[in-house]
Design a protein around this ligand. Structure first.
Ligand code: LCS
Length: 405
């Protein structure tokens, strides 16, 4: 994988620099920080300007559902980070991660097509694929872990597959999928690979470099980082897909973010490389504490040698991030622990500067039927923590006091 340093070696700016400077709008006012263009519509000086736009000779803004300068700025910054500065990578920003995922899947899978996914997915993505898209004639099937032999067999059985969809690390179990191996098999069968990179972010993992066709994000999480916005993104180097499908879907299904939300997300994104380093360092400290605690039955963190895909994660990622899943053995033990916490907040979402902790079976994954939760490893004792940027010792002290019986 290309690291931030290598990006620089190729004559491009390094990631921490791109995060701050890529895509920034510097308009005639001289404002140092990009303005918020809080407007629904844009004026034209005369009909010649209208005609030039209609003829494709100008890319002037016309209406904020179609585009807004702050949205373009955020899209350019995110494309620069996910694409390692490659000029052919572009992004479209959505009003939520779910609207981004919907657009990616609706762009690639039409009635009669099939989607193959791993067993465990974020609850709403799981529901979208298994209960919503099926109503539009798009079928689906699961291959646990997208294990290469099993994936090959599934694709043979479903030659109508157009998309292999995956999350890695997966929400909430932290299962890791081999992106490059999945791409090789999917492409040989004529299917595209869509990777939800929300947990890793481009700082820790860049799926497009590994051959994936599309990256999706819930920018609600680490990209914004401060818990102030719901947002999403689709990023790809497939220009035809981005212009013919994704740009059309955002315009005609209309799931656009507000100018203010784009501005807040752009501001948060500037510190992503710095934040991800500290999230990873705090994540490792908390994972080691949990693994060593007698009340914790199991700890799943890709950075621990005990994680079944630790070697793969070490190859595929540039750090292991903030998310940890751990099991306290029963609903009763989990709920007692969650109610005793003082510093960590009992809340869904993740990737904020604050530590957030939740119970997947009754919160993020309550929409997944119990038998499927069991198949995915989402037990009643499972807890997911998104380790924040507080001092790791204070986070550990809070977990420690809540684990005491
Ligand atoms: N993808 C992943 C991996 C997610 O974790 C989420 C939300 C989404 C997509 C959807 O993004 P949204 O529309 O919410 O921006 N995950 C959540 C979670 O784990 N807790 O609360 C939301």
């Amino acid at each position: 994988m290309m690291t931030g340093a290598e990006m620089g070696d190729k004559g491009r700016r390094r990631m921490a620099t791109e995060a701050i400077h890529a895509g920034e709008v510097h308009d005639a006012s001289g404002a140092h920080i990009s303005p918020i263009y809080q407007t629904s519509t844009f004026t034209f000086a005369d009909m010649a300007a209208v005609e030039a736009r209609a003829a494709g000779e100008s890319d002037a803004y016309m209406y904020s559902r179609g585009g807004n300068p702050g949205r373009t700025a955020l899209a350019s910054k995110l494309a620069a980070l996910e694409g390692g500065g490659a000029a052919d990578v572009s992004a479209e920003i959505f009003a939520s991660g779910m609207s981004a995922i919907s657009a990616a899947l609706m762009g690639l899978a039409k009635a009669g097509d099939h989607i193959v996914t791993q067993q465990v997915l974020y609850g709403s993505a799981d529901h979208l694929i298994s209960d919503v898209l099926t109503g539009f004639g798009v079928s689906n099937s699961r291959v646990a872990g997208l294990v290469p032999d099993a994936l090959e067999r599934e694709l043979e059985q479903h030659p109508e597959t157009t998309v292999v969809y995956l999350e890695t690390p997966a929400n909430p179990t932290m299962a890791v999928i081999d992106i490059a191996a999945t791409v090789e098999i999917a492409h040989a069968a004529g299917a595209r690979v869509v990777v939800d990179n929300t947990f890793a972010t481009p700082v820790l993992q860049r799926p497009l470099d590994l051959g994936a066709d599309v990256v999706v994000h819930s920018t609600t999480k680490f990209i914004n980082g401060h818990g102030t916005v719901i947002g999403g993104a689709v990023i790809s180097n497939d220009e035809a897909l981005m212009t013919d499908e994704i740009a059309s879907l955002i315009r005609y299904t209309g799931g656009v973010p507000s100018p203010f939300d784009c501005w807040l997300t752009n501001l948060g994104l500037k510190t992503l490389p710095l934040r991800m380093r500290q999230h990873s360092s705090n994540g490792m400290a908390v994972a080691q504490f949990l693994e060593g605690h007698p009340a914790v039955a199991a700890t799943s963190y890709p950075g621990l040698a005990s994680h079944p895909q630790h070697d793969l994660a070490s190859r595929q990622m540039d750090g292991f991030g903030a998310l940890i899943a751990f099991d306290l053995g029963s609903y009763e033990a989990a709920s007692r622990f969650l109610e005793r916490l003082e510093l960590c907040s009992l809340a869904v979402s993740l990737g904020n500067v604050d530590t957030l902790i939740e119970h997947p079976a009754s919160m993020t994954h309550a929409v997944v039927p119990p038998e499927e939760r069991e198949a995915s490893g989402i037990t009643d004792g499972l807890i997911r923590i998104s380790v924040g940027l507080e001092d790791a010792a204070d986070i550990i002290a809070d977990l420690d006091q809540a684990l005491r019986v």
